[in-house]
Write a protein that binds this ligand. Structure first.
Ligand SMILES: Cc1cc2nc3c(=O)[nH]c(=O)nc-3n(C[C@H](O)[C@H](O)[C@H](O)COP(=O)(O)OP(=O)(O)OC[C@H]3O[C@@H](n4cnc5c(N)ncnc54)[C@H](O)[C@@H]3O)c2cc1C
Length: 578
């Protein structure tokens, strides 16, 4: 007997032309179906328009035959993947009374970095860290052109604080909230640090075109590994059955009808294991940043330098899109693209602060106040894929008036307080605090703008243009109105006081592609291509659709981890009660 049954099988593909020609509706699709290279906008959702041109990741492999199964594992809930989302789902489901088995292809759980955006957690309440969460969500939605599912964001608003408190529970209160400018770890086993709180006095998100909310975002320092270890131990103690070095291959859903009944997985030695799930399967297998075909199909223009550290038990990068694929093969609906590439720039020596910027031809080109993601979007389309940030010697005063988003720098302190937290650089991205020494180490410095242009290597015509642009910019600063690009008047600081500095700014590295299976925000169940819930199938973390689309908003730093945690926690409970 065949266990699996994909959405479109290889055999269907071979039969493809005959099937398509035989149906007038489908026949029409043959004529207009765009190629995979044209991407999802052209496809109008891709999955609906399957034809001979369907990309290979949508094609289900042949089902694994029952006779190949050498082991059977039985649980109420089977979780695929053990990152932040999978671990949260597993611990949550087990605590809600279900027996849980986790399938993870690495030797252990995975996580990286450690920023979290939260609303209404105990720590925030105790420290008066309140903010206008509805305004923040509105901004997120605007940044994503309302393609994301606002019901999910409402759910996040109502549940992220509770989920974050629950995530911290295994630390038994041994948690230090360090001040933003702390340069040494606390004595507790878990250290948290706000990214931009307290914000500079002049900062008010209500006055910002690209607001961010300093009260929302924390970083676990040096990373979230210690709190993940405590959660892993809590899950183990509660009885979760972890299967590491095991690859989930297919979902069990005969004829793609009815509920999902389990997962077929494979061990490192190649043996097949059947995981039977009496209540549900939760897909938490992460993103697809290292699946080139999916990246090109769903996100279009891609950076060629995806950054990912986690590897499976065979040494391969973990983020291959297997969760999304297994879902699609079982009849689930993948959300329309364009999906996002999280590749927000962290800027130059002064981060993404809104100082004068020019392209490599010396021209000013955008409102410098936009966030790091918007900056990357633009830089990816500029010759040389980079620009210059130029500022004068009063920058330590000016940074106090800059924004507070991912990558903003707001304070220049003496060098003896830096470099600060050892190993924390990757953890908290760009710290809001820097020193003159650190800035100068990353900048070119000259006593005149002409000399600076020479150091920047600008050809003669670009040098002339650059000097003219600075002159024009200084005039606008004197007027207090950016007539060219509309930057906030409060950040129009002329480039007047020598020495002058230039720091090169590049797009951010591609952290992850986020786009997943469409879910119902009430039941948390995955939907099929007719928008009907698939019983017994949940998707969380980067396997879940509806969170981010087109652009990763930098309104709240740490949104990906936070939504992985919150929806993992909620889906675990829902699955246990199914
Ligand atoms: C350097 C870096 C820094 C980042 N910093 C931040 C930050 O500060 N804030 C933030 O919000 N986001 C950040 N992100 C993004 C964020 O880490 C991820 O988007 C998020 O954690 C993904 O969590 P997840 O649980 O969905 O997936 P993952 O963490 O990728 O976990 C998925 C798990 O599933 C396993 N898996 C995959 N396929 C299979 C299979 N077939 N069978 C079994 N197991 C499988 C994988 O091995 C993996 O362990 C960062 C990303 C990078 C690369």
């Amino acid at each position: 007997m065949s266990i699996n049954q994909g959405g479109i099988t290889r055999r269907d593909m071979l039969r493809g032309s005959a099937l398509l020609v035989g149906s007038s509706a489908l026949g029409a699709l043959v004529g207009c179906a765009p190629s995979a290279e044209q991407g999802p906008e052209a496809q109008g959702g891709g999955q609906e328009a399957l034809s001979q041109t369907a990309p290979s990741f949508m094609v289900a492999p042949d089902p694994v035959d029952e006779s190949q199964v050498t082991e059977v594992v039985v649980a109420d809930v089977v979780v695929v993947g053990c990152g932040v989302a999978g671990l949260a789902a597993a611990r949550s489901a087990q605590e809600a009374g279900a027996s849980v088995a986790v399938i993870e292809k690495s030797e252990s759980f995975n996580c990286r970095s450690g920023q979290y955006a939260v609303y209404n957690s105990s720590i925030q309440r105790a420290n008066g860290m309140d903010y206008d969460v509805d305004a923040a969500i509105e901004n997120l939605m605007v940044c994503m052109g309302y393609r994301a599912d606002q019901r999910l964001w409402k759910l996040w608003r109502d549940s992220s604080g509770e989920a974050f408190d629950w995530f911290l529970e295994p630390a038994n209160g041994d948690v230090d909230l360090l001040p933003m400018d702390a340069m040494a770890y606390g004595s507790a086993s878990i250290s948290l640090q706000p990214l931009h709180y307290p914000a500079p006095e002049a900062y008010d998100p209500a006055n910002e075109t690209w607001p961010s909310y300093p009260e929302a975002s924390f970083a676990f320092v040096p990373s979230q590994r210690p709190i993940m270890e405590l959660n892993f131990k809590a899950a183990q103690d509660a009885g979760v059955d972890f299967h590491f070095a095991t690859w989930a291959r297919q979902l069990i859903r005969p004829n793609n009808e009815g509920p999902v009944l389990g997962v077929i997985a494979q061990t490192k030695e190649g043996g097949y294991v059947k995981f039977e799930a009496s209540k549900a399967v939760i897909l938490a297998a992460g993103g697809y940043g290292h699946n080139t075909e999916m990246v090109q199909y769903y996100t279009g223009k891609a950076l060629e330098c995806p950054m990912w550290f986690d590897v499976d038990a065979n040494g391969e990068f973990t983020n291959q899109g297997e969760g999304q694929m297994m879902g699609m093969w079982a009849g689930a609906l993948m959300e329309d693209g364009p999906h996002i590439q999280g590749n927000h720039s962290l800027g130059g020596a002064l981060g993404v602060d809104g100082f004068f910027m020019c392209d490599l031809a010396g021209r000013r080109f955008m409102n410098e106040d936009a966030g790091g993601q918007q900056l990357t979007n633009r830089l990816m389309r500029l010759p040389g894929l980079s620009c210059w940030s130029v500022f004068d010697d009063d920058y330590p005063i000016h940074v106090e008036f800059m924004g507070c988003s991912h990558g903003s720098v707001n304070h220049v302190v003496s060098a003896d307080r830096l470099p600060g937290l050892e190993g924390a650089e990757m953890t908290i991205g760009r710290h809001a605090i820097t020193s003159r020494e650190a800035v100068e180490a990353q900048s070119l410095k000259a006593d005149t703008l002409e000399e600076l242009a020479d150091l920047m290597g600008l050809p003669a015509d670009a040098k002339v243009r650059f000097l003219a642009e600075v002159e024009r910019y200084n005039e606008l600063c004197a007027k207090g109105v950016d007539e060219d690009f509309g930057k906030s008047s409060s950040r129009m600081f002329g480039i007047l006081k020598a020495p002058f500095y230039a720091s090169q700014v590049a797009p951010g590295p591609m952290l992850e592609c986020m786009g997943g299976l469409v879910i119902d925000s009430e039941s948390m169940l995955v939907l099929d291509t007719a928008f009907a819930p698939i019983e017994g199938l949940y998707a969380v973390g980067n396997n879940m659709g509806g969170r981010f689309l087109v652009d990763y908003p930098t309104t709240l730093a740490g949104m990906s981890h936070s939504t992985c945690l919150t929806f993992g926690y909620l889906a675990g409970r829902a699955a246990a009660k199914a």
